[in-house]
Ligand binder design. Structure first.
Ligand SMILES: [Zn+2]
Length: 136
């Protein structure tokens, strides 16, 4: 992808403050940080989203994410870490190259919480679980 910003970072055409690089993944500082230490972990090949991520890349990106989360926790002065990964516009994805946000969190920070929770009935949970099992 010639114009993909993350592919351009992988190729060295755009600057990045790199944290980690290996055969399959690259981790660097997010230039639009939610909190100091906000990092991104990407797969090196242009994979648009989780639906086209193969098992080897999925394992590699989560291995790197785990390492980066521990580093952020140790070095960014935070008290917690949230991971965020978005797919498609409706999911909040804005850069269409698979990536995971490693977001340092502080008590009372201005970042939003998770989501307003509802408690579906057991029948609704069981029905949805059955639909998802069938889709696996
Ligand atoms: Zn890309």
């Amino acid at each position: 992808m010639d114009t993909c910003v993350f592919c351009r970072i992988v190729r060295g055409e755009l600057p990045a403050s790199v944290i980690h690089e290996d055969e399959h993944t690259l981790a660097f500082m997010n230039i639009m940080a939610g909190n100091p230490g906000h990092a991104l972990v990407i797969v090196k090949p242009h994979v648009e989203n989780i639906y086209t991520l193969d098992d080897a890349l999925a394992a590699a990106v989560f291995r790197t994410t785990t390492r980066v989360a521990k580093a952020v926790r140790a070095a960014a002065g935070c008290e917690g870490v949230s991971l965020f990964q978005a797919n498609e516009v409706a999911g909040g994805q804005t850069v269409f190259h698979f990536h995971i946000h490693v977001l340092p969190r502080l008590p009372g920070d201005a970042l939003p919480g998770v989501w307003p929770a509802v408690a579906p009935s057991r029948d609704a949970l069981d029905a949805m679980a059955a639909r998802l099992r069938a889709a696996l």
